[in-house]
Design a protein around this ligand. Structure first.
Ligand code: PGA
Length: 262
């Protein structure tokens, strides 16, 4: 499987800045087909992503969604609206939304159902609040995902992306989790997904202070299918370097020495 590497810009970049970001990114990732890239701008710039990414292999999506398809929900955006904008991915349950808007696992489950209903792929964020060993992390993630995935059938599970994002590793001033920690949690999560009734393996990516220096080790770790990048991707050159780290992993695993980063 090609590594899946994406970014959420969170509440950053205006539409004009987004246009410049794509203008700087695209030449830097030209010819990079060994990994799958996606970009989640704020809702106001999804149309810019569509303009700039249509016809490329890079997909785009949204950072949140309302569970209903339409209605009196001031300020919200529905899965129908996102599908109409050509979104492939929709992020749900990010820890910033869980804490700022008190989002529950039940609400996140309803959002996941909406995303799947509209033919898109949910990226479900999960993570422990404080640093604890992987054996203590897994029950926390399983309790949360047990609720969120309740209504997701085996076929749809394969369309789900789980972003393992320890909360203590996210944002300014935080350090990324070690590759060993991420590998142990992601492998355990993969086993747990397969062990559930009708279980299937979802794509599992890691997020939390990922940068171009730490990306390669995490990408090399068995059980990790990709990366979810926050603040370091606001610089398109740095995001491109992280993406090329994914390509380097692929060439190592498939045809050694056939590909190199620019
Ligand atoms: P960060 O954000 O890379 O800035 O830590 C990651 C995330 O919240 O997904």
């Amino acid at each position: 499987m090609r590594p899946l590497i994406g970014t959420s810009w969170k509440m950053n970049l205006t539409s004009s800045e987004a246009d410049r970001w794509f203008g700087e990114l695209l030449p830097r990732v030209a010819g990079l087909d060994a990994c799958e890239l996606f970009v989640l701008p704020p809702s106001t710039s999804i149309w810019v992503a569509r303009e700039r990414l249509r016809g490329t292999a890079i997909t785009w999506g949204a950072q949140d969604v309302h569970p209903d398809d339409a209605g009196a929900h001031t300020g919200d955006v529905s899965a129908a609206m996102l599908a109409d904008l050509g979104c492939t991915f929709v992020e749900v349950g990010h820890s910033e939304r869980r804490s700022a808007y008190r989002e529950t696992s039940e609400l996140i489950a309803a959002k996941v159902a909406a995303v799947l209903r509209w033919g898109m792929r949910p990226i479900i964020c999960v993570g422990e609040p404080r640093p604890v060993p992987p054996s203590e992390v897994l029950p926390i993630l399983e309790a949360d995902l047990g609720v969120v995935l309740e209504a997701v059938g085996a076929r749809d599970l394969e369309r789900v992306v789980i972003a393992y994002e320890p909360r203590w590793a996210i944002g300014e001033g935080a350090e990324p989790a070690s590759a060993e920690h991420v590998g142990a949690v992601c492998a355990g999560l993969g086993d747990w997904l397969l062990s559930r009734p009708g279980g299937a393996r979802s794509t599992i990516i890691y997020g939390g202070s990922v940068n171009e220096d730490t990306a390669p080790a995490v990408l090399e770790t068995p059980g990790v299918d990709g990366l979810f990048v926050g603040r370091y991707a606001l610089d398109p050159e740095r995001f491109a370097r992280i993406a090329w780290a994914g390509a380097a992993r692929e060439s190592l695993h498939s045809a050694p020495g056939t590909r190199s980063s620019p």
